[in-house]
Design a protein around this ligand. Sequence first.
Ligand code: NIG
Ligand code: FE
Length: 391
Amino acid sequence: MTSTVITNIRTLVTNDPALGDGGPLGLVEDAAVVLDGDRVAWVGRAADAPAADSAYDAEGRAALPGFVDSHSHLLFGGDRTAEFNARMSGRPYTAGGIRTTVAATREAGDDELARNLRRFLDEARRQGTTTMETKSGYGLTPEQESRALRVAAGQTDEVTYMGAHIVAPEYADDPAAYVDLVTGPMLDACAPYARWVDVFCEKGAFDGDQARAVLTAGRAKGLVPRIHANQLSPGPGVRLAVELGAASADHCTHLGDADVDALADAEETVATLLPGCEFSTRAVYPDARRLLDAGATVALSTDCNPGSSFTSSMPFCVAIAVREMGMTPDEAVWSATAGGARALRRTDVGRLSPGARADLTLLDAPSHVHLAYRPGVPLTTRVWHRGTPVA
Ligand code: NIG
Ligand code: FE
């Protein structure tokens, strides 16, 4: 194994409160990090850094853990430019647009799906993302969903089965039969490739009882629940997530006091906010401040998908969360790294302290605050993934 010391880091975000300034970001000024193989071996002041096989001069830049993007939908064919265009002329976003992508995805070959996924994972990595979850949900048959997940399992270790994205067009007149398929033969075909099970709990998709059936069936097969909840309207999704101990309740845009209280008291369920979605659908942003003040754990993620949020950029999400959702820059950076790791129940990523995976993003800026201060500027200059420079 070879070691590298990255030195001359002006501001280092470790997300380890035991390190640095004692705050949640564990900031260390004038820092160095030693990577040994695929792990972080040492973190501290540059002046105290041990020798390593090679050295990299960060030239006074800021470093942070690679972003952990805990929610995306990258297994699809086609795109929805026309729908986006129409929306920007006033048409509202509904779950119905998903059908367009289902038709295009069913037409796409395995190679095309794999190439698309690779393209988006690489695109995200160039912007500092080193862990990315992705979901099925544009195939909606046992064969289509399982082949999409097989493709995903070859490229990322965070794979989610979402046969319950919408009711498949063939079952429009019999949604109960579709839920039986999703919780039966489709689940059997998909479970070997997935870690998580997800459902879109929303008017026009699945109601609370159906969502509960999907998540409990997935759990019985060893998958861990996460849920699309309270995105377009108030509903039972968030409270269901907390009740079932889901890893994450995602969107959380339309919340009542009982939803906020449930998330604040939740031991196991993270509130994942997806600002790219409200940006691209011209909707009202979720209120991160309300959740944080209540004591909820908040993650930020892109929701990258061709319909509601076609961005792979975590820096973009950080900037919007600060400008529009009441988060401080420190909170937003924590949520995009450590928060995402919590939402994926990972302790090896989202932090830079000894033993963590050697996933590190270097910004062409002296501080992580510039992610919000300099919106739209490509600040990511170098990315290490498992100890290897990848971008
Ligand atoms: O998270 N809400 C459901 N699913 C996606 C959108 C999918 C689509 O429009 O294609 C979301 O916003
Ligand atoms: Fe989503």
